[in-house]
Design a protein around this ligand. Sequence first.
Ligand SMILES: C[S@@+](CC[C@H](N)C(=O)[O-])C[C@H]1O[C@@H](n2cnc3c(N)ncnc32)[C@H](O)[C@@H]1O
Ligand code: SF4
Length: 403
Amino acid sequence: MLGIDLNVKLLYNIRIKNLGCVMKQDISLYVHVPFCNSKCHYCGFVSRVGTEEEKSKYVKDLIAEIKMRAKEYNQYFCVSSVFIGGGTPSCLNNYEIRDILSCIYKSFSVKNTAEITIEVNPNTVTKSKIREYILAGVNRFSLGLQSVSDKVLKHMGRTHTAKDFDLAIANLRDQGISNINADIIIGYPDQTTKDVDDTIKHLLLLNIPHISCYMLQVEDKTKLKALVDKGVEYILPEDKVVNMYNMVTNALKANGYNRYELSNFAKPGFASYHNQVYWNRTDYLGFGVSAHSYVAGVRFSNTDSVFDYHKSITEDGKPPVIAAKELTKDEKREEAIMLSLRTSKGLDPKQFQYEFGENILVTKKDKLANLIKNGFLILDANGVIKASDKGYLVLNRIIYELV
Ligand SMILES: C[S@@+](CC[C@H](N)C(=O)[O-])C[C@H]1O[C@@H](n2cnc3c(N)ncnc32)[C@H](O)[C@@H]1O
Ligand code: SF4
C-alpha cells in the first residue's frame, strides 16, 4: 500500500498549486459501488452480486474512507460534482445512499450548485428510492437501458425489460426529475441496425435529454469473452458497428443533441459536468474499490478487492492505494491531446502552448496538415483543432499519429 508517501507528495503538490490562491479549487468526487443484482454478460466493471451483509460492511468502509480523505483535502478543495457509480448503486438500501451523501456533505465543502448523479438500473429504482435519493441531494439520474429490444436485453444477460425503463422514467418525472441520462450499447452480437434505430426513436419519443452510446468492448474475464473465444458468439463486423454509430449520431444531431464527447450526446443545458471533468483533466477523487483519482498532477487508484479494501481501511487505517504515478510533463501533454480530441471543444493550440510551451501548429505541422487534408481533423474559425465526423471513427489512429 502506498498511502503515507503518496499523501505527503500530494499535499506538497497541492500547496504549491494553491500558493497565493485564497479560493479553494474545484474537485469532483466519484463513489464506486461494486454490487449488482446480477452480472451482465459483457460487463468488465468491478461489480458482483453481494449479500446484504457484504453491502452494509462495504458502505461503512466507504464512509470511513471519505472521512479519511476529507481530512487531507477538504481545506484545499470545494466539491463541484459527485458521481455515485458502479456496479449498481441502486441495489443498496435507500438509507445507505443517504448515509454516503450526508458523510460527503459533512466532510467536504460541497457547492450548492453541485451536480449529484447516481447510476441506477431500470428495475432496481423504485418510487421510494427515487424520493430518498432526491432528499439526499441527487439531482441527476443515469439509467442503464442498453436497448429497447427485450430479446437483445435477455441476450446481454440484463434482468429488466424495456417497459421497466419506461416505468422508471415516468417515476422520475413524477417526482420532478428532468436531468436524466440513458446508456445504450451498440455492436452487441446479433443486434440489428433496426434494434438500434428503435432504441434511438424510443429515447427521442421519451425526450431523454442525455444519451451515452457505447460501442461494445469485449472485456477480459466476462461471460461474453468466453463465448466469443469458444465461437458461440460472434462480434459484429466493424463496418456494421460504424453504421450503427453514424445512425445514432445523425439521428441525435438532427433532433437537437450536441455530441460533446465521442460517446456522449446532450440537449442544450444537459451535458454532464462530471463527465467533462475527466476530459478536461480537472482534479477528482475516487472512493471505493477500483476507484481512480487525479489530484495535483498525480494519478492513483484503489485496490479492486473488497477484502483488501476492508482490511486497509479497518486494520491499517488508510485508503487502499495500490498504484500511484506523478505524471511527467510529456505524459500530461499526451493526455491533453488524447482527451481534448475526444470532445467537441477540441484542442486549443493557444491553451496548449500556455500549458506546455509548445506551439503544436508548428511542431506537428506536417501531420496536422495531412490529417486536415484527408478530412479527419478540422481547424475551426477560432483556430481550434477538432475531430471531424470521419475523424471520430478513427480517433485512436489520429491520436497515435499526434503523440
Ligand atoms: C457501470 S455501468 C451502468 C449502470 C448500471 N449498472 C446498469 O447497467 O444499468 C455503465 C455503462 O457502461 C456501459 N458498458 C458496460 N460494459 C460495457 C462494455 N463491455 N462495452 C460497452 N459498454 C459497456 C453500459 O452502457 C453501462 O450502462
Ligand atoms: S452493466 Fe451495470 S448492471 Fe450489468 S453487471 Fe455491469 S454494472 Fe452491473
